[in-house]
Design a protein. Structure first.
Lengths: 151, 119, 164
């Protein structure tokens, strides 16, 4: 497998691990008695995954996508896969490292308060839910973009 | 009395203060991303400037958002003393709404650009 | 073992754990509520079953995306826009959302249990059925009908089985 294919594979799998970890954070926070150790571990995994996926995906995007994939999609049957989905995906993705870092920071520094104060826990759960929703949108958009590249 | 860290500062910095500062800077970073994305498409010299200065416009947006987040976050930790947990809840709720509205704004903007805009 | 075989094996294990977990979750749930009280042992059985289902879901999603990458790298990108694939993705999303709704108690149990059971069996059928002749919309309409049919069957069983 060449370096670009490896970058694509790693970007997708690590990004997916990030979404799964964020989902685990969400489900953990929704429990009546969340485990602080589990929340710390999963929220850090989510943050680290988004950072890695950002770097690897960024490499693939800057080096290869713009020159080789984008023109194919724009001339193909579904040009909106780039003009709408890719343009949205690449920019909305930039939210994830910041949002996931905040979730990790709150859990790492205010873990005890989260367990005691329900409204704080609910606000953090809402944030984790937004991260899962954004991550899912990005993953699904990626499938359409890849599909459109072959049309 | 909440546990204080960084005791070398005048009043100490609470953990909530650190969280609040970075939550506020995350709101600003997302605002910067949305602003740069939309302004860059409507005013092409801005996009070209980002591309020239940072190799690629997307890298430029990421780098500027990162420096907004880190710079403002650190500055607020030391200059803003509002380290109350009630503020954390409000800031997190605000961050949720900013992230949702930012996401919707970007999608709607590119949907308009893709299907309706005259270029 | 090549990548494709590894993905097939992982996908089958994930689906098996999910379908088996969903089936036993339903059986244990019915047994647990029969006397009107969920005992600690029954609760523990249910928790373990849900953990197995979640493990199955993670394996299913990871191996599923592995297949999508394989299509992309082998030049079979057209398969990524296949209606049956998107129906399966939608059903997996329903499973994920259903788990959240159950956790925040915003979903009536009759619908939640039916959604879980039907979604897992639907994922199994869609994964095993090669060359499905139906569109995305047709599959989803069939799925929605199945959800309500299964809900009706489960409620009928519950009425007959659970002590008054």
């Amino acid at each position: 497998m060449d370096i670009l294919s490896s970058a694509l594979v790693l970007h997708v799998i690590i990004g997916l691990v990030g979404i799964i970890a964020s989902y685990a954070v969400l489900m953990g926070l929704l429990k009546r008695a969340p485990s602080l150790a589990f929340l710390k571990y999963t929220s850090f995994t989510a943050f680290a995954s988004y950072m890695l996926s950002w770097l690897i995906g960024g490499y693939y995007y800057v080096i290869y996508y713009g020159a080789a994939v984008k023109p194919t999609i724009k001339e193909g049957a579904y040009p909106w896969a780039h003009t709408l989905l890719m343009e949205s995906k690449e920019h909305i993705f930039l939210f994830l490292p910041f949002l996931s870092f905040i979730i990790f920071l709150v859990i790492a520094l205010l873990g005890r308060e989260i367990l005691e104060k329900r409204d704080l826990k609910n606000s953090l759960a809402a944030l984790a839910g937004v991260v899962v929703a954004i991550g899912t949108f990005i993953a699904l958009a990626g499938i359409v973009i890849s599909g459109a590249a072959g049309q | 009395m909440e546990k204080q860290i960084f005791q070398n500062t005048k009043q100490g910095i609470s953990k909530a203060q650190i969280v609040n500062s970075f939550a506020a800077s995350a709101i600003a970073a997302i605002g910067v991303i949305v602003l740069l994305v939309i302004a860059g498409e409507l005013y092409k010299p801005l996009k070209s400037f980002l591309a020239n200065a940072f190799v690629h416009h997307w890298i430029g947006k990421g780098v500027l958002a990162f420096f907004t987040f880190a710079g403002l976050g650190i500055a607020l930790v030391f200059f803003d003393s509002s380290g109350e947990n009630t503020q954390t809840k409000i800031l997190l709720s605000f961050l949720v709404w900013v992230a949702v509205l930012g996401t919707v704004s970007i999608i709607v903007f590119f949907a308009y650009e893709a299907f309706f805009a005259q270029h | 073992m090549d990548w494709e075989t590894l993905l097939i094996v992982t996908h089958i294990i994930g689906t098996t754990l999910g379908v088996g977990g969903a089936t036993f979750a339903e059986v244990f749930y019915l047994k647990a509520i029969r006397d009107g009280v969920v005992s600690p042992v029954e609760g523990d059985f249910l928790k373990t079953t849900y953990a197995i289902m979640r493990t199955g879901l993670v394996l299913l999603v990871l191996s599923g995306f592995g297949f999508l990458l394989l299509y992309r790298l082998n030049g079979a990108e057209a398969l990524l826009l296949n209606g049956a694939l998107w129906a399966k993705l939608t059903i997996v999303l329903v499973l994920v959302a259903n788990a959240v709704m159950i956790q925040i108690r915003k979903m009536p149990m009759w619908l939640a249990t039916s959604l879980s059971l039907t979604s897992w069996y639907a994922a199994l059928v869609l994964g095993a059925w090669r060359g499905i002749p139906y569109s995305f919309l047709e599959i989803l309409i069939g799925y929605v009908v199945a959800v309500f049919a299964v809900a009706y069957i489960l409620e009928t069983i519950k009425k007959a089985y659970v002590k008054k």
